[in-house]
Ligand binder design. Structure first.
Ligand SMILES: Nc1nc2c(ncn2[C@@H]2O[C@H](COP(=O)(O)OP(=O)(O)OP(=O)(O)O)[C@@H](O)[C@H]2O)c(=O)[nH]1
Length: 319
């Protein structure tokens, strides 16, 4: 990594982010609450809950709604999109999760055609189920899992990846780039032959737990909230703040900046110029009007966020 003049600049970076008067109350659409009811009603058909979350935010936004059911149903936490996460301090994450009572954790990359970690999931759930009481499901030879998680964390992708890995079969669940795409109600999908494992695909609408505006912003950055509800400009600013805080400066080279900057307007301007995202507007002067070229800040912000979500700005750990 280039050092630039970071050592001198480091004092210039923001140490806290100013969220202003923002409120997160409207960032999650109401239809998400509906799914929750259906999931609760189906719990008695389930042997193990597979909670999927984004590996870049292993603690933020995970919904504790199922915690009261944890006593009766064992639980596996899948931290997906590990290809986008900086896992250099994995032990810290595992320790903290263990402290919170989460002991079964699996990191996955469902983007890969075959992920060796997804392969580990069947033996893992088998062990989890066999070492826990199954209550009313003792007689059933097959296992049934329920996949839950906040929007866009990769529930459908995991299901498809499990089928590819264990059944050599293709797509059973639609994958979408926008949060809230899985709408079909609790479909039962086979994911393994030996042992026979089914999976209840949920609408993927577990509302996240938002303890603070910052948690909301992290969720937005990871794409679990529709961008326009939060605002591309503020997400981009929070992204810049996060990259600087984490010392991830690859954006400097990517967008031909001279050095890291904490000024989002400056960075977006460079991005707009570099990508040709500019627009001509009329400007009125004392003697008439002229056409001037101005950067399209929103388009630049969108590109900055998109590049981050594709992993082009490096792997991060936001928690
Ligand atoms: N980089 C990366 N992207 C992933 C991974 N898994 C899923 N994605 C992408 O994340 C986006 C959401 O994936 P989905 O599988 O549709 O997520 P979902 O949780 O079913 O989404 P909802 O239907 O909104 O609940 C898609 O663009 C996927 O291609 C992963 O391991 N790594």
């Amino acid at each position: 990594m280039k050092l630039y003049r970071v050592l001198r600049n480091v004092d210039m970076f923001r140490t806290v982010f100013d969220f202003g008067e923002r409120e997160v109350a409207h960032w999650f659409p109401g239809h998400m609450a509906k799914g929750l009811k259906q999931m609760k009603a189906s719990l008695k058909k389930v042997d193990c809950i597979v909670e999927i979350h984004d590996a870049r935010i292993p603690f933020s936004g995970r919904n504790p709604m199922f915690q009261d059911t944890l006593d009766v149903r064992p639980h596996l936490l899948v931290l997906n999109k590990m290809d986008l996460a900086d896992l250099s301090n994995k032990q810290r994450i595992l320790k903290k999760l263990e402290k919170d009572g989460v002991t079964n954790v699996l990191f996955t990359d469902c983007f890969k055609q075959i992920d060796s970690n997804v392969k580990k999931m069947v033996p893992m759930v088998q062990k989890i189920i066999e070492t826990n009481p199954r209550f009313n499901r003792e007689e059933n030879r097959d296992f049934c899992l329920m996949v839950i998680g906040v929007p866009n964390v990769g529930k459908s992708s995991l299901i498809n990846s499990l089928r590819r890995t264990n059944l050599k079969k293709g797509r059973a669940s639609r994958v979408g780039g926008e949060p809230g795409i899985t709408r079909a109600v609790l479909t039962k999908i086979q994911v393994c032959e030996r042992p026979l494992i089914y999976l209840l695909d949920t609408p993927g609408v577990l509302p996240p737990k938002i303890e603070s505006v910052e948690t909301g912003m992290k969720l937005a950055l990871c794409g679990t909230i529709l961008d326009h509800l939060v605002g591309e400009d503020i997400i981009a600013d929070y992204l810049l703040y996060s990259l600087n805080r984490l010392g991830k400066f690859s954006y400097v080279e990517k967008y031909d900046l001279q050095e890291p900057s904490d000024n989002i307007q400056h960075v977006l301007k460079r991005i707009a110029v570099k990508l040709g995202k500019t627009q001509k507007v009329k400007a009125f002067t004392g003697v008439g009007s002229i056409r001037v070229t101005i950067p399209n800040f929103t388009a630049a912000a969108y590109d900055f966020i998109r590049a981050f979500r594709k992993g082009e700005l490096g792997q991060v750990m936001l928690d």
